[in-house]
Write a protein that binds this ligand. Structure first.
Ligand SMILES: Nc1ncnc2c1ncn2[C@@H]1O[C@H](COP(=O)(O)OP(=O)(O)O)[C@@H](O)[C@H]1O
Ligand SMILES: [Mg+2]
Length: 233
């Protein structure tokens, strides 16, 4: 299986509302954004400003109320759910603040899980899951279950899992939000290394300015809009 090439992502005129009438919430309120393949972008902004909603649209977990999401220039909104699911599985790696490892599976089984839906033989899945755990410094914890791991270790397992199908797009939603400083550094190093070595696009939502500084483009959101977009020279 080949690594999925990073797609060029574009958002045009995006609005996303939840609920209706008096209870209506505008999570995104007019977002236009282009992310060339291989972008490394941070997203900052106060709680509730739409960061997670933006990630969910980029990663095909959700659809906008208005506007167009395109991968490589082709709108993805009208694709059948089956095709969207296939692209999510093989093309997108998600990393969440709360890790979301499956509690009954070992570290190795958690990492191997996304490969079951992709075209990969069982023996290859095991070999690759072990190599991925090695690469995040957890070769000794293959058989551990999430409750036996520290938060930093759980997040490293989650990163290995996100990389399992060699996605072109990595979406990390406050991945260091529950970690101490030492673990924040190591998790960040792993994400940056994954982005550099594979040329994937990495979108990193964070409240931590030191974390955001590692990116080479910096978006700030407020009230469902992108209010600042700064590229490093
Ligand atoms: N599934 C949902 N149903 C209703 N409202 C939602 C839902 N998801 C998000 N929201 C609302 O949309 C706004 C943006 O949320 P979110 O994208 O999660 O913000 P952030 O990640 O920046 O904290 C918030 O007001 C939030 O309460
Ligand atoms: Mg969020």
């Amino acid at each position: 299986m080949n690594r999925t090439r990073a797609p060029a992502l574009s958002l045009r005129g995006i609005r996303k509302t939840y609920g209706s009438g008096a209870g209506e919430v505008r999570a995104l309120d007019g977002v236009d954004l282009d992310l060339p393949p291989g972008s490394f972008v941070s997203v900052e902004g106060p709680s509730g400003c739409g960061k997670t909603t933006l990630l969910n649209l980029l990663g095909l977990l959700d659809v906008p109320s208005e506007g167009t999401v395109a991968w490589d220039g082709a709108p993805v909104g009208s694709l059948p759910e089956r095709e969207r699911a296939r692209r999510r599985l093989t093309g997108v790696g998600f990393i969440f603040q709360r890790f979301y490892l499956l509690p009954t599976l070992t570290a190795e089984e958690n990492v191997a899980l996304p490969m079951r839906g992709a075209d990969r033989k069982a023996a290859d899945r095991t070999t690759r899951a072990r190599a991925l755990l090695d690469s995040v410094g957890l070769s000794g914890r293959r058989a551990s279950r999430p409750h036996q791991l520290s938060g930093g270790e759980e997040q490293r397992v989650a990163i290995a899992r996100a990389l399992a199908n060699e996605p072109g797009l990595l979406l990390a939603d406050e991945p260091t939000g529950e970690l101490d400083r030492a673990n924040t550094e190591s998790v960040l190093d792993l994400l940056v290394e994954a982005q550099h070595s594979t040329g994937s696009t990495l979108v990193l939502v964070t409240h931590n300015p030191a974390v955001a500084r590692r990116a080479n483009r910096h978006l700030t959101m407020a009230d469902g809009r992108i209010v600042s977009d700064v590229r490093e020279p």
